[in-house]
Design a protein around this ligand. Structure first.
Ligand code: CMC
Length: 391
């Protein structure tokens, strides 16, 4: 008490106790509620994982059916939200639009703020799980001048995401199971990652008892940055630039190591993983599979693999324990699926949504105090005010 320890970036500061996600950065272990990420990515679907993260147990079929039915029932977005969407220029980044629309939902559904009963909390949760994929698809369709879509009650959660994103006017949308499986897996791998930047933001915003939707909107904003979720877009842009530049990976390796050059190898390094990122391992294999299944040959995948091999053998990267992270290969899969690059971080947000919700719910249920770090003041000491003519 009374002693303040300064820890910029909270590298060694625990902000809460949590029973949601276990992460061992040295051993490369990631588990949601005790279940390994490898097993969940292989055997579960995204909605099951969302239920697991939020409520703590894998759902029975009956629980899952009810959860899905409640989500579908709440998936209609107030038509006036379209007016807000319309006011954005087409050039707006979809993450900014998504954050704004998510925040705006609070105005349309004010009961989601006052969540003092479990029932009110549940309603807010299924409401956002229902509406979020609609908003995700709208941010993309707006940018591409396509009419806005709604989901289809007969489809699964992930199937609906794809349909709402890709359905063309005046034509049937035919589901491609390869895309559904690939997206399911990617969303599961992104679903939670304990107290990362955006999740901590959601928890700290929510700790003031601001509503769920605005807490999520602040998380979306935090995720947007290139050091966090925005890295998936930055990776693809970097790989494209290397390709345009004749595929000279060595040049970019040298830039990344040059302390006078702000360039970093995007998709490399992690605050917690110091051996390997288990998500990146799964995604690397999935990238090969998905591109193979879709019959796509992407030279960018070869550049990525080459870059990874060089980095893993390079002393600079070895010394600093820098390995490919979740964002290194995910963009290659998104691209193969036909998802535009500026939507990559939005897809990350869609995956992270259940994690943010679970962490927000845990924070509220544990009645955590308002988040309020201290500081060490290093500014001027007491000064006498100077009138403007004397400055
Ligand atoms: N390229 C080149 N050097 C790097 C990189 C990189 N990608 N990442 C870290 N370093 C160096 C850094 O310059 C520092 O070197 P030195 O000790 O000589 O000063 C050392 O490694 C430690 O880095 P740090 O920035 O102190 O580490 P951090 O834990 O604060 O940052 C990070 C972690 C993920 C922000 C960082 O590794 C990075 O900027 N990576 C690139 C962006 C990226 O891929 N982000 C996605 C992260 S995973 C998914 C997510 O969180 O959303």
């Amino acid at each position: 008490k009374g002693v303040i320890t300064i820890d910029p970036g909270y590298k060694n500061t625990g902000s809460c106790e949590s029973a949601i996600t276990f992460l061992d950065g040295e051993k490369g272990i990631l588990r949601y509620r005790g279940y390994s990420i490898e097993e969940l990515a292989e055997k579960a679907d995204f909605l099951e994982v969302a239920y697991l993260l939020i409520f703590g147990e894998l759902p029975t079929q009956e629980q899952l059916d009810k959860f899905h039915a409640d989500i579908k029932e709440k998936s209609v977005v107030d038509d006036d939200i379209k007016k807000i969407l319309d006011a954005f220029p087409k050039s707006a980044h979809p993450m900014g639009v998504l954050s704004s629309l998510t925040s705006a939902l609070t105005a349309f559904y004010p009961t989601s703020v006052d969540v003092n009963s479990e029932e009110a909390m549940y309603n807010a949760i299924v409401r956002i799980l229902g509406k979020f994929p609609v908003l995700v698809s709208w941010t993309m369709r707006k940018k591409h001048g396509l009419p806005l879509e709604y989901g289809d009650d007969n489809l699964g959660y992930v199937e609906n995401v794809l349909k709402m994103m890709f359905k063309k006017p005046n034509s049937e949308y035919v589901q491609n199971p390869i895309l559904v499986n690939a997206l399911d897996k990617l969303l599961i791998l992104h679903a939670d990652h304990e107290q990362n930047c955006s999740t901590s933001t959601v928890r700290i915003t929510g700790s003031s008892h601001a509503g769920l939707f605005v807490s999520l909107a602040s998380g979306i904003s935090a995720l947007w940055g290139p050091l966090h979720g925005g890295a998936n877009q930055a990776v693809l842009e970097m790989l494209e630039a290397i390709k345009e530049d004749g595929g000279d990976t060595k040049k970019y390796m040298a830039k990344a190591k040059d302390k006078n050059d702000p360039f970093r190898l995007m998709g490399f390094g992690h605050r917690v993983y110091k051996n390997f990122d288990p998500r990146a391992r799964i995604i690397k294999v999935a990238a090969d599979e998905v591109l193979g299944d879709l019959g796509i040959e992407d030279p960018i995948l070869d550049i990525a693999k080459g870059l990874e091999k060089e980095a893993l053998e390079d002393q600079y990267f070895v010394d600093r324990k820098l390995y490919p992270n979740v964002d290194f290969y995910s963009g290659i899969i998104y691209r193969a699926m036909g998802i535009p690059v500026e939507m990559f971080t939005v897809m990350f947000a869609l995956g992270r949504l259940p994690g943010w919700i679970a962490q927000w719910r845990e924070m509220r249920m544990r009645k955590e105090p308002i988040g309020r770090p201290r500081q060490l003041y290093v500014g001027e000491t007491h000064r006498a005010f100077k009138p403007i003519e004397k400055r």
